[in-house]
Design a protein around this ligand. Structure first.
Ligand code: DGY
Length: 325
């Protein structure tokens, strides 16, 4: 029997990857860094399956180079790097890895919230740079930050990660408001309209997927609507928040601080205005980055691929309509 060829764009952690080679002819990219787009195109030419990362951009052009493709399994929950309509039109199933990264990502959102509110990176730099001296030891205003306990947290989107952030907020005695396209009933969370989230929250955390209707959702106008002195956290996706408007609001003092893990262009380019600001805590898209969570994500991605290789529906399929035809 001829085995199908499956390209894996990065060596994977977890245990399930060891099962893959007995079910297909796997090709694991072992180059340094990210797989170049040109290599992805070349390698896809004769592949029936693909296990990819969120850094592999599967545009219509790239997919056109993969005439034999039967399935794609992305080691990510977000699939904004993939042209899903093109896959669906060709009947190609797309798998993702939801669920396992919920708490890990919520932890990072809360870590950024606390770090931004209490100026932790700024304080760390201050000490390391030898600025903490006898003349500058303590004063009532010294590194005075923003209170988290008892503050109002506004959630933009109320999916699983957002709900996990709300649970953490409950431990800090926060009042939690949320906007979601369709209201969801979650303990200790009040559903309100987006305007109210923006206008009433001391902290706003973004938790919607990047899609055509959420691109630039947190626009300059919506940032202007935010309560003066608010803190914005984004662990969802770049492209949802207008980064230039955010930088201006942080520089001009309308917003107190921000914590950002995801960017319009990743890796961040040297001209990104957020890099200049000390009141923004930056992270390199590490929301799901713990060893256990990454291994679980990899295992789910392999399970999706194994199901597809066995001719079964993927356990986590983004476009299940492909199974109906
Ligand atoms: C995802 O899986 O989409 C996350 O952004 C990874 O951290």
């Amino acid at each position: 029997m001829i085995m199908k060829k499956v390209l894996v764009t990065h060596p994977l952690p977890g245990t399930r990857i060891h099962d893959l080679s007995s079910h297909c002819n796997e090709l694991v990219w072992r180059g340094s860094g990210l797989m170049p787009a040109s290599t992805l195109r070349e390698e896809l030419a004769d592949c029936q399956g693909l296990i990819c990362m969120l850094t592999d951009r599967l545009s219509a052009d790239v997919l056109a180079c993969a005439p034999q493709l039967e399935f794609v399994s992305s080691m990510s929950v977000g699939v904004d790097h993939v042209d899903v309509p093109v896959l669906s039109a060709r009947g190609i199933a797309l798998g993702n890895t939801p669920g396992v990264l919920v708490d890990t990502t919520a932890d990072l959102a809360f870590a950024l919230l606390l770090a931004a509110a209490r100026r932790v990176p700024e304080a760390d730099n201050f000490v390391r740079q030898g600025k903490w001296s006898e003349h500058n030891a303590w004063s009532p205003e010294f590194f005075a930050g923003k209170d988290v306990s008892g503050a109002t947290l506004g959630l933009v989107g109320l999916g699983a990660i957002s709900q996990a952030v709300a649970r953490r907020a409950a431990g800090f005695g926060m009042d939690v408001l949320a906007w979601n396209r369709t209201a969801r009933h979650v303990a200790n969370v009040r559903n309100v309209i987006l305007d109210e989230v923006l206008e009433r929250s001391d902290f706003i955390s973004v938790h919607v997927a990047l899609a055509p209707d959420t691109r630039n959702l947190i626009s300059a106008a919506r940032i202007a609507q935010m309560k003066p002195g608010a803190v914005l956290i984004n662990t969802a996706r770049g492209g949802i928040v207008d980064e230039r408007a955010l930088a201006e609001a942080l520089l001009g003092g309308h917003l107190y601080a921000a914590g950002v893990d995801v960017f319009e262009r990743e890796p961040l380019t040297a001209d990104n205005p957020l890099l200049e600001l000390s009141n923004v805590v930056l992270a390199p898209h590490i929301g799901s980055a713990t060893q256990i969570t990454r291994a679980r994500m990899a295992d789910l991605a392999v399970d999706n691929a194994l199901a597809a290789l066995a001719g079964q529906p993927m356990p986590h399929c983004v476009n299940p309509e492909v199974y109906k035809s």
